[in-house]
Write a protein that binds this ligand. Structure first.
Ligand SMILES: Nc1ncnc2c1ncn2[C@@H]1O[C@H](COP(=O)(O)OP(=O)(O)OP(=O)(O)O)[C@@H](O)[C@H]1O
Ligand SMILES: [Mg+2]
Length: 290
């Protein structure tokens, strides 16, 4: 494979987990061809067991492919130098329960050879970035809620200011507000020129942030494309307006009928439950701060 301008490129990437008997083998990923452009947010979707985590482990070089290959930032998956420019958020947050958030990040910052001043700056910056409540930062992680733990893991993944961030189910365990915050955070990473690969089975997660996505099913790509391509209903037009009186409604429907339009549907737009929840929590938090 030749070096490429893509952040991630895979060719016929395949993983079969071995079993003692042939019938116990699992074809977790079959002939995956991915091309993730730099500064894109790329979504890896699929139901449980469809091969998302397997793909991520292959890209990180944590497991070896059965066939095919992968280039990450232009180098073969697992390349030691490339690891420095990759941030990885695993599916499960593995954090030491007896350290607090600051101590945890300090431990990792030392691994990246940061000096004391750099460590302090980076830790404060990323704990703010992931929105970890300042009140819990000095309390041990064993006492954190799921969402708080996830945020520390996320801060850890970003600590070395990576060019490519790979996140396996970034919003797992988060409430809707936490999910929105993470989505905003991912957009900020993109604005900063980072490439983000994220896996999820929470479709709402992906819908708002991804530029491109693939949907895996039993280890094979079933659907892929840009979000716009996939979501836009091409042969339908939608009109939304305020001040539509019953008379105007009647006229519009008559006009539609005269014009020979088919499948005409009218009604009031609905907000999402997510928006109601978010507005509630936002206003409560504002009131608490006052
Ligand atoms: N070490 C392993 N040995 C055998 N089979 C495995 C192993 N790891 C994963 N598998 C199988 O490979 C398939 C894909 O698993 P994978 O973890 O990649 O799915 P996933 O899309 O991440 O699912 P989830 O949404 O549940 O996290 C599953 O059938 C799983 O049981
Ligand atoms: Mg998984």
């Amino acid at each position: 494979m030749v070096a490429s301008g893509f952040a991630i490129q895979t060719r016929q990437l395949t993983k079969i987990y071995p079993g003692f008997w042939k019938s116990q083998q699992v074809a977790a990923l079959t002939e995956l061809n991915l091309a993730v452009e730099r500064s894109q947010i790329f979504g890896l979707l699929g139901p449980n067991g469809s091969g998302k985590t397997t793909t991520i482990k292959l890209l990180l070089g944590l497991i070896n492919p059965t066939a095919g290959d992968a280039l990450v930032m232009g180098k073969p998956a697992g390349d030691q130098d490339t690891r420095r420019v990759i941030g990885y958020l695993p599916e499960e947050s593995y954090l030491y329960r007896f350290l607090n958030a600051r101590q945890t990040l300090d431990f990792y910052a030392r691994l990246f050879n940061m000096n004391r001043a750099q460590r302090r700056r980076a830790i404060d910056y990323y704990l703010d970035f992931v929105g970890l409540d300042p009140a819990v930062r000095s309390r041990r992680i064993g006492t954190y809620s799921k969402g708080q733990t996830r945020r520390v893991a996320l801060a850890q993944a970003l600590l070395n200011n990576p060019d490519l961030v790979i996140m396996d189910e970034p919003t797992s365990g988060l409430d809707p507000v936490g999910m929105l915050e993470i989505k905003n955070m991912i957009m900020r990473l993109k604005d900063a020129g980072k490439t983000v690969l994220l896996s999820s089975h929470q479709l709402a997660d992906v819908e708002d942030v991804c530029d491109r996505l693939v949907i895996l099913y039993r280890g094979r790509v079933e659907i892929q494309g840009t979000l716009n391509d996939l979501l836009e209903v091409k042969d339908t037009f939608q009109l939304e307006a305020r001040g539509v009186t019953p008379e105007i409604q009647t006229q519009l429907l008559e006009f539609a009928q005269r014009s020979g339009l088919t499948d005409v549907r009218t009604g009031r737009p609905r907000v999402r439950l997510e928006d109601i929840f978010k507005n509630l929590v936002d206003s409560k938090r504002k009131a608490e701060r006052r």
